[in-house]
Design a binder for this molecule. Structure first.
Ligand code: F6R
Length: 613
């Protein structure tokens, strides 16, 4: 959602800060701002819209040359999208500037207290309250320097935050802190780069440490000191960042979404590497070994997630019930959390999340753990908040996902859920042969995805044919009902075309009324148990003038009689088919957005990682 980059060192920092902000643009934002200390004072610039607008503003007011600074991209929560509400926010006494990700929940009470003390607020944000509070508590004469003022302020705050703070009276100091919102400190030679995402650090240093919850770090060019908000010293663990620069660059593709769709074969090869022993019919998941017995005894699994990750979780529900014979259900994490869920003994809750930071999913995980469930994570970002709070888990290993529309993380999530299913199924009812056969099929999956990707030009052509249509349907049954939901979500979020996904059978219970002449209906109609039923549903759409685009199995010539357009995928066992069938849908959504002239990597109103409930 929001992004933070901050620097303290010996070099003028504006260029580094702005480059870092650009790397965070993909996370979604509506305004940006920067504050730098130079010539004894605090200098602030802000702009609504793109980071490029902020660059223009800096150009017009004169670029900053200071060596201590911070900047931010904002995704509005409290207060509209205006320059005044953009970060950094400043206090009214001491030249203090704050950037903040997260939400200060008790900001209203703090604001009243500060107003009574005579502070006058300019913005509608919770962050300005924090800046004022730090300013109110700052008192070097009484030994309360910036670090101590930040600690004291955070002792009064409830909510989630990652913050960076500078003060013109301590020009070589940067103070940062975290609770519930990620923050990393990159450690260089006499310089430090702090960011909410490793992608803004990796170009400068590969050495970094994560700031832990309720920890505050005081940083100067000479070094850093970490403590809790109660000033108890803490020693952080400096680690090597695993991210490679080329992983976060476009590398010849027009957009990150396109790059990540095409990366799927490689990403899945990475995901499967070392995890499948086909000859021994064994799935090797080191992260689950310590809990293998509990998983064998599991009476129920509950998969919690949001958005695309929920669609992957729904496929996980089908896999776990069908193959591992464990009663399962996938749920919106946001609904699970607040509906007083019943967690029986031997329940396993699985949190599915690319970022590992989704606030709804994290909250659902807490709820399930409090009620005694074993908590597993299916997460991409190593060391993320959710991954740290689960009892065990399996990482996706698909590499960083920069595109706002999730693609390779979706196939990675389904792939990992398939591995977890086989891990459990083999310990329960699944035969050697069935497990080996499915593993051999998984092994061939990346190559089959490559074949689907070869039909990119055709998929673009088909999309072009329907590009003027404002309403689309996505229909599937069984394992591919969630795939239909995912196809519809992809189309809406980047091309802004209205799309509905639903079980193909549900259509005749109401939504069929929507079908008008020429309306595109995308059917996932690959060979499987419900193929004939899907064919009947296709006829129902055709009879009402709808145009059918079918995703079908190679060699199925019959379907050409019923569908205006057919996009073929290789044959594959039905439980694994969503990982293939989704690829043409991802490409259709991508092309639709490009054909309509939208910026695929910066879809309106969206953020990559949703860290508020
Ligand atoms: C859609 C998309 C979102 C995310 C959702 C959960 O393309 O990316 O729907 O899937 O916000 O995010 P994670 O997986 O990070 O928990």
């Amino acid at each position: 959602m929001c992004g933070i980059v901050a620097y303290v060192g010996l070099k003028p920092c504006q260029t580094l800060l702005m480059e870092g902000l650009k790397r965070l643009e993909y996370r979604g934002y509506d305004s940006a701002g920067i504050a730098v200390i130079q010539d004894g004072g605090l200098h602030v610039a802000k702009a609504v819209g793109r980071v490029a607008n902020l660059e223009d503003r800096l150009e017009s007011i004169g670029n900053f040359h200071g060596t201590t600074g911070l900047c931010h991209t904002r995704w509005a929560t409290h207060g509209g999208v205006t320059e005044i509400n953009a970060h950094p926010h400043t206090d009214d006494k001491n030249g203090i500037a704050v950037v903040h990700n997260g939400i200060i929940e008790n900001y209203a009470a703090l604001k009243t207290y500060l107003e009574e003390k005579g502070h006058v607020f300019k913005s509608q944000t919770d962050t300005e309250v924090l800046a004022m509070l730090i300013g109110e508590l700052y008192s070097p004469a009484e030994g309360i320097d910036l670090e101590a003022a930040v600690q004291a302020a955070l002792r009064e705050v409830t909510g989630a935050y990652a913050i960076a703070v500078i003060c013109e009276k301590e020009p070589d100091t940067l103070v940062v802190a975290r609770k519930g919102s990620p923050l990393l400190v990159g450690v260089g030679n006499n310089e430090f780069v702090v960011a909410s995402d490793a992608s803004a650090i990796v170009a400068h240093t590969a050495q970094a440490f994560k700031v832990d919850d309720y920890n505050v770090v005081k940083i100067t060019p000479k070094g850093f000191r970490t403590s809790t908000i109660n000033n108890v010293p803490v020693t952080p663990k400096i680690e090597q960042l695993e991210l490679e620069l080329q992983e976060i660059e476009l590398g010849g593709y027009a957009h990150f979404m396109q790059k990540e769709i095409f990366e799927q074969p490689k990403a899945l090869r990475n995901c499967f590497r070392g995890r499948m022993d086909v000859r021994e019919s064994k799935v090797v998941l080191g992260g689950l070994n310590d809990h293998a017995k509990e998983l064998t005894k599991a009476r129920r699994t509950v998969l919690v997630a949001q958005g695309t990750a929920l669609h992957a979780a729904m496929i996980g529900e089908y896999l776990l019930e069908d193959l591992a014979k464990v009663p399962s259900r996938a749920e919106y994490a946001s609904e699970f959390r607040y509906r007083n869920p019943i967690i029986e003994e031997n329940t396993v809750v699985v949190a599915v999340s690319q970022s590992g930071e989704t606030a709804d999913t994290l909250a659902a995980l807490h709820e399930a753990k409090d009620r005694g469930a074993l908590a597993l994570g299916v997460i991409n970002v190593v060391g993320s908040s959710i991954s740290r709070e689960t009892d065990a888990g399996v990482y996706l290993r698909v590499g960083p996902e920069i595109g706002v529309a999730s693609t390779k993380a979706f196939t990675g999530q389904v792939a990992v859920l398939t591995l977890i299913t086989l891990f459990m199924a083999r310990r329960r009812f699944m035969s050697n042969e069935q497990c080996s056969d499915l593993m051999a099929e998984l092994d061939r999956l990346p190559e089959k995805i490559e074949r689907v990707l070869e039909s990119d030009a055709k998929i673009r052509k088909v999309t072009e044919r329907y590009i003027g249509k404002e309403n689309w349907l996505f229909l599937g049954r069984g394992y591919n009902y969630p795939t239909a939901l995912e196809g519809a979500l992809k189309l809406k979020e980047i091309s802004y075309i209205h799309a509905e996904g639903m079980p193909a059978a549900e259509m005749k219970h109401g939504p069929i009324a929507l079908i008008t002449d020429g309306m595109p209906a995308v059917f996932i109609a690959n060979k499987g148990k419900q193929y004939d039923k899907v064919m009947s549903n296709i006829q129902e759409v055709r009879a009402r003038g709808g145009h059918v685009i079918a995703v079908a199995t190679e060699g199925d010539n019959e379907i050409r009689k019923y569908a205006e357009d057919v996009l073929y995928i290789p044959d594959i066992p039905e439980p694994l088919s969503p990982m293939l069938a989704v690829v043409p849908l991802q490409l259709m959504a991508y092309h639709a957005a490009v054909l309509r002239g939208h910026d695929v990597d910066k879809p309106r109103n969206l953020a990559k990682s949703v860290t508020v409930e």
